[in-house]
Design a protein around this ligand. Structure first.
Ligand code: HEM
Ligand SMILES: [Cu+2]
Length: 571
């Protein structure tokens, strides 16, 4: 018989079997979820390390995500500090140009794929089941698999450095290390543009692509889990979508974006791997390969920035009202604008390619959509400001991070609107202005929202209270550090300084040094945060009253706090 027919028949029968198995035995619980998962949740957990390796509990996996993301964030942060050290002087003095190229590559990839994305997945894992009244994520085991794909992915992506360290240890012991030394940190930029990424011989580039692929699969699995949990497992009080909290709304939208965006990156990278290793010609110069890569990459890349910023918007929208003593102003419009951003974000990718010589009519339409996408972001900003208006504002650490985040986001967002205008972008593309623009958003609201969340929910995660004075100081230090690091970049870009070079003209020395000082201040803040998180876990005041933030007074005591209160009562 024809092998293709056999193969298809086998696939269909396997799929039918799988479907029969999963639908046959399960019964729905009235409060959402399947009886089977309720049993999983109550089973005794093993102790120690085994618990963490084998866990399928959403809260445990959430914590694992946060731990991995913290490690990756610190690692990517070291890359950043190394770059800023090189930039203290105009010549290439501290590291080689090659090392500098590797640093901006691994910094970008580590931060986006292994820090920012997993932080939000971690927060979602911990809180979404509680916020929607489910007993766990929809697929607890898939949840664990999705997490455990990430550490090997990170190691593959960072292999160049790891193999070098291993080789240096093994070389004096007489082991053959040539192969290990051949694997060098990748220098192709986080955007992995062809023809360079296709031509470089470094075998690490292949490992890097495979690692990113793995992380993409993990991210898609986690996104499917989040979507199914919110859609299928919410309990009767949230059956009406209007009652779904704003953080879950933004995670739902971001997860939808992931499902459409990441497979595009995956396919584009497979073609690159085939080109590199099997002689295919997807990205050959003659066939317009570089433009093809950029289209495929940015079809993923632009939605990716919203995949990161929407959950941050969600956290700000969630926490801000708690310390303004008022409900989120125009809840519905915040949801609608989230959905609008989700849809529009797939129609703007070519604004990263305005200088590539694409058809001017196409280019103009991408400009129009890019300008339009600023509108829903502005809607949110107005809603936040209106929420604050006439509120009873309490400047706690999470609140300072939210308000600071909104102010840096306004500057980051408005600079983006300028870039969306073709004539402006022709001048500013690939300058430090772009770097300033996106960091004011990536650090200014995304990282700020994470810090806000880490303080706001710290009592739930640890049962203890953190040092509030230190946390407030951390918030102010971070705002100062962010402005001092990234505003000079806007100015340098306006003066024409291109990005991604280790050396630069002498005139820029003062502004570059200001940015380096800003980065050091930011890292001082990270140190304060780390110290606070660890020390308070050991010696912080034990929380006895679940209403740590006085939310009952304004009727804003959320579901996650009720769950925490029940847990305290049971003790
Ligand atoms: C207000 C809406 C926004 C507009 C109109 C906008 C516009 C732009 C444009 C036109 C560019 C290309 C600049 C160039 O390379 O010449 C750009 C770059 C970039 N933007 Fe935005 N942006 C917006 C919001 C955001 C957000 C929310 C994020 C992050 C969460 C972000 C992150 C980035 C990144 C990472 C790049 C640079 C990518 C690279 O070349 O490495 N942008 N933006
Ligand atoms: Cu974009």
């Amino acid at each position: 018989m024809n092998p293709t027919v056999l193969f298809v028949a086998a696939c269909i029968s396997l799929a039918t079997l799988a479907l029969l198995r999963t639908t046959g035995s399960k019964r729905l619980l009235t409060d959402g979820g399947f009886i089977e998962s309720a049993e999983t949740a109550t089973r005794e957990k093993p102790a120690g390390l085994l618990r963490w390796i084998t866990t399928v509990d959403h809260a445990d996996i959430g914590l694992l995500y946060l731990l991995l993301a913290t490690v990756a964030g610190l690692w990517g942060g070291i890359d950043a500090l190394m770059m800023r050290t090189e930039l203290l002087t105009a010549e290439t003095t501290v590291w080689s140009a090659e090392t500098y190229n590797a640093l901006f590559t691994t910094h970008g990839i580590t931060m986006l794929f292994f820090f920012a994305t997993p932080v939000f997945t971690g927060i979602a894992n911990y809180f979404i089941p509680t916020l929607v009244g489910a007993d766990d994520m929809a697929f607890p085991r898939v949840n664990a698999i999705a997490f455990w794909l990430l550490p090997p992915a990170l190691l593959l992506v960072r292999a160049g450095l790891i193999t070098e360290v291993i080789a240096k240890v093994l070389a004096p012991l007489g082991f053959p290390t040539a192969a290990l030394f051949a694997i060098k940190p990748p220098t192709i930029g986080w955007t992995m543009y062809t023809p360079m990424s296709r031509a470089v011989a470094n075998p690490e580039v292949d490992l890097f692509l495979l690692g990113l692929h793995l992380s993409g699969i993990a991210t898609v699995m986690a996104a499917i889990n989040i979507i199914v949990t919110i859609v299928e497992e919410r309990d009767s009080s949230i059956i009406n979508w209007a009652n779904l909290d704003i953080f879950s709304w933004t995670m739902l939208t971001a997860s939808g974006l992931i499902i459409f965006a990441f497979p595009m990156l995956g396919s584009a990278m497979i073609m690159l791997l085939l080109d590199r290793n099997f002689g295919t010609l997807f990205y050959s110069l003659e066939a317009g390969g570089p433009a093809l890569w950029q289209h495929l990459f940015w079809f993923f890349g632009h939605p990716e920035v919203y995949i990161l910023v929407l959950p941050a918007f969600g956290i700000v929208s969630y926490i801000l009202p708690k310390f303004a003593g008022r409900k989120l102003f125009g809840f519905k419009f915040v949801v609608y604008s989230t959905l609008a951003i989700g849809v529009l974000s797939f129609g703007v990718w070519a604004h990263h390619m305005f200088t590539t010589g694409m058809d001017p009519r196409l280019r103009a339409s991408f400009m129009a959509v890019s300008l339009a996408i600023a509108i829903p972001s502005a809607v949110k900003t107005f809603n936040w400001i209106t929420t604050l208006y006439n509120g009873k504002i309490r400047l706690t650490a999470p609140m300072i991070f939210c308000v600071g985040g909104i102010s840096t986001f306004i500057i980051g967002g408005v600079t983006g609107v300028f870039l969306a205008s073709i004539p402006v972008d022709l001048l500013l593309h690939d300058t430090y202005y772009v770097v300033g623009h996106f960091h004011l958003i990536l650090v200014g609201i995304i990282v700020f929202a994470m810090f806000a969340a880490s303080y706001y929910w710290y009592p739930i995660l640890t049962g203890r209270m953190f040092n509030q004075r230190l946390a407030r100081a951390h918030a102010w230090v971070s705002i100062l550090g962010t402005f001092l690091t990234f505003s000079p970049m806007l100015l340098m870009g306006l003066a024409g300084l291109p990005r991604r070079y280790a050396a630069y003209p002498e005139v820029f020395v003062p502004l570059q040094r200001a940015a380096t000082v800003g980065a050091l201040i930011l890292f001082l803040g990270v140190g304060m945060w780390l110290w606070n998180m660890i020390q308070s876990y050991r010696v912080g005041d034990v929380v006895e009253d679940a209403d740590v933030w006085n939310l009952k007074e304004t009727n804003q005591f959320g579901r996650e706090w009720e769950w925490f209160e029940e847990r305290l009562d049971r003790k």
